[in-house]
Write a protein that binds this ligand. Structure first.
Ligand SMILES: NC(=O)c1ccc[n+]([C@@H]2O[C@H](COP(=O)([O-])OP(=O)(O)OC[C@H]3O[C@@H](n4cnc5c(N)ncnc54)[C@H](O)[C@@H]3O)[C@@H](O)[C@H]2O)c1
Length: 395
């Protein structure tokens, strides 16, 4: 590929999240014509692959090829890059095959179904790069939202809360209907875990982005409701599930920061949600900044100050083509990494580090003790993942 050729990307897995990726490709067809081409769509469900291809044909001149078999896609189509939007249990095998075929890979979070699967995938990337450099990027978009970019600036660059001290991160509700459309999410062997891995991996990546690495985790993880419902109020559409629905944890960071983390979707009655950061000079949350000296800045004012602080080059990196869609940002970051030979913002290591925190919650519950995240990342602690690793031949 020369720097002027569009990067051909095959979208593999055309379910729920692929919709957000296709919206991003549509925006880029308008804002950055010639940057990428969706060269193929692939799903075991042919109707989904066809629907996705039809959607692509609305915004780019060439219709993508359609596949139901990933290996056939790799052999016949030989895509320059693949965008993998698949259930967690196939991430590692699909990433490894794509890398071995010489394709650049963007894979949805979490990186893999277990830490062993994630490490296998990183090893395959290293091997592939010895032959010829290829990019492995993780589709992690939360940190690329304007509000999180502004928070990062406020905390790390402008020092507006002073020395970070504490995080309070709580999401408490009853939302077990969430997952009924994607049955694999109820099955640990397919998903690797519940929302602590699936959803809160975003939170842990965000914490790493804002505050540096999490060092230890002490957690209690529970499954209060082994049946999940289409409508949790009326208890209709029960689906059995073996993944957790509640987790409460204390996290400590390498910097000394401490966090109180709660996530549950098994809390009937009144729900609440907040994420607030405290430092020596004040606090920051979704409403804005409250300083120790009484100064208050709304989040809109913070974002305005942040945007005003950026050079045009920084703005183009953080919000390419002036987008506010974080999925567009992650895709452009991936394309630029391929084109310029640079590291993507969230590479395989960063993806593994975020999922190691989710896995550390499971390991802490299993062991009944605090767990060092580094031990989980390196594979020294892995008992809670044993059944998953055994099932997928990862021991
Ligand atoms: N970044 C985010 O905010 C976000 C949000 C939702 C999901 N995700 C991630 O996206 C990925 C997919 O989640 P989803 O909600 O779209 O799931 P989904 O079940 O809606 O879609 C997955 C698709 O993959 C297809 N598929 C399964 N096995 C396949 C195979 N062997 N070959 C080809 N196609 C296959 C399925 O038929 C389905 O259409 C997961 O990694 C998930 O964690 C990310």
């Amino acid at each position: 590929m020369t720097s002027n050729d569009p990067l051909g990307i095959a979208v593999v897995g055309c379910g729920g999240m692929a919709g957000s990726h296709l919206r991003a490709y549509r925006e880029l067809a308008q804002s950055a014509p010639g940057l990428i081409t969706v060269s193929a769509t692939c799903d075991v469900d042919e109707a989904r692959a066809r629907r996705a291809a039809a959607e692509v044909a609305e915004f780019q001149p060439e219709a993508p090829r359609i596949y139901t078999d990933f290996r056939q896609l790799l052999d016949e189509h030989r895509p320059a890059a693949v965008d993998l939007v698949l259930p967690h249990n196939v991430h590692h095998t699909f990433v490894v095959e794509a890398l071995d075929a010489g394709a650049h890979v963007l894979v949805e979070k979490p990186l893999a179904v277990s830490m062993a699967a994630g490490r296998r995938l990183l090893a395959a990337h290293e091997r592939a790069c010895q032959r010829s450099p290829v990019v492995l990027a993780v589709a992690e978009q939360y940190r690329r939202r304007l509000e999180e970019r502004a928070n990062c600036w406020a905390i790390r660059d402008a020092g507006l809360i002073g020395e970070p001290r504490m995080i309070f991160s709580q999401r408490v509700n009853l939302s077990m209907g969430l997952i009924v459309g994607t049955a694999w999410r109820h099955d640990r062997l397919l998903s690797g875990g519940g929302w602590v891995l699936d959803g809160e991996v975003h939170t842990f990546d965000l914490f790493h982005y804002l505050f540096g690495r999490i060092a230890t985790v002490y957690a209690a993880v529970r499954t209060f409701e082994p049946l999940r419902y289409q409508d949790p109020q009326t208890l209709s559409g029960p689906t059995p599930s073996d993944v957790e629905d509640a987790a409460i944890a204390v996290l400590t960071f390498e910097s000394g920061l401490i966090a109180n983390f709660t996530w549950t979707q098994a809390a009937p009655g009144k729900e609440f949600q907040r994420r607030r950061y405290y430092g020596s000079d004040g606090s920051l949350d979704q409403d804005g900044l409250h300083k120790r000296d009484g100064t208050v800045l709304s989040s809109a004012e913070l974002q305005e100050q942040f945007l005003a602080s950026l050079t045009p080059e920084q703005k183009e990196t953080l919000f390419p083509y002036d987008t506010r869609d974080p999925v567009v940002v992650e895709i452009v970051d991936f394309v630029r990494a391929v084109r310029d030979g640079t590291a993507p913002e969230v590479d395989g290591r960063e993806g593994l580090a975020a999922m190691a925190v989710s896995e550390a919650l499971y390991e802490s519950e299993h062991a009944g003790t605090p767990i060092k995240v580094a031990d989980v990342e390196a594979g020294r602690v892995r008992a809670a993942q044993h059944d998953i690793d055994a099932h997928w031949g990862l021991l």
